[in-house]
Design a protein around this ligand. Structure first.
Ligand SMILES: Nc1nc2c(ncn2[C@@H]2O[C@H](COP(=O)(O)OP(=O)(O)O)[C@@H](O)[C@H]2O)c(=O)[nH]1
Ligand SMILES: [Mg+2]
Length: 221
């Protein structure tokens, strides 16, 4: 039995047909091509055990139909984003319009979500290699611009589906930890390399300073 259940809401946003329902269905039920839904807003529920504790977190993923998104006086938008702990902004790598419209969607997110919450930009359908029109570089650059993480997926082949939701959940439960882990791993890699070459961290700093000086000289000649 878990001792405590924490509840979080995650909001998915994207144009129609970008593949939101399929991402969610693949992640939660393990299937592909679910029957289309006529609901304006749909919710998916996932329970996650929090590592190192007896607590459980319950994540509600909210998907909205775009027509509703445009809704009267933005009423749906308010409900869609109210109390959200994270945003997943989705585009289809095979349709440029879904990428070009991200700016409009991101503006709406900024209007509706006042506190800073983690965000992931998700490019979908990368199994359709021949139909791809938005490059990884473009996706990554836009994600950097709006300070979101970036990931590419295929609900069809399962590529990066669990990873996408896990990184969202991880960022919500332990903000910034992923970046700290990344840094720690980088330091470990550097230390290992230094060790293999009989060097110490002080040597590394010394070499780095020397190199920076060299670069400066090179750039000014
Ligand atoms: N090839 C391919 N097709 C996909 C993928 N994900 C979704 N689709 C197709 O794209 C269409 C829209 O998907 P859906 O999940 O309903 O989009 P939503 O409107 O964003 O919920 C459907 O015809 C899906 O079969 C994918 O990863 N690969
Ligand atoms: Mg859908």
């Amino acid at each position: 039995m878990s001792e405590k259940t924490l509840i979080y809401k995650i909001t998915l946003v994207g144009e129609p047909q970008v593949g939101m329902s399929n991402l969610l269905n693949r992640y939660i039920y393990g299937n592909f091509d679910p029957p289309p839904t006529r609901l304006a807003i749909k919710m998916y529920d996932k329970r996650v055990k929090i590592p190192g504790t007896n607590d459980e977190a319950r994540f509600f993923f909210w998907e909205i139909v775009y027509r509703a998104f445009l809704g009267i006086n933005g009423w749906y938008n308010k409900i869609h984003f109210k109390g959200t702990s994270g945003v997943m902004l989705i585009f289809d790598t095979t349709r440029r319009k879904t990428f070009d419209d991200l700016a409009y969607l991101h503006d709406e997110i900024k209007k509706q979500v006042k506190k800073v919450v983690p965000g992931i930009l998700v490019g979908t359908k990368i199994d359709l290699v021949d139909q791809r029109v938005v490059s990884t570089k473009e996706g990554q650059e836009y994600a950097d611009k709006i300070k979101y993480a970036y990931i590419e997926t295929s609900a069809k082949t399962k590529h990066n589906v669990t990873e996408t939701f896990n990184s969202m959940i991880w960022e919500v439960l332990f903000p910034g930890k992923a970046k700290i882990d990344e840094l720690v791993n980088k330091i470990k890699r550097i230390e290992k390399l230094l060790n293999q070459n009989g060097l110490k961290l002080a040597d590394y700093q010394y070499l780095k300073e020397k190199l920076n000086k060299l670069y400066e000289v090179l750039e000014n000649t």
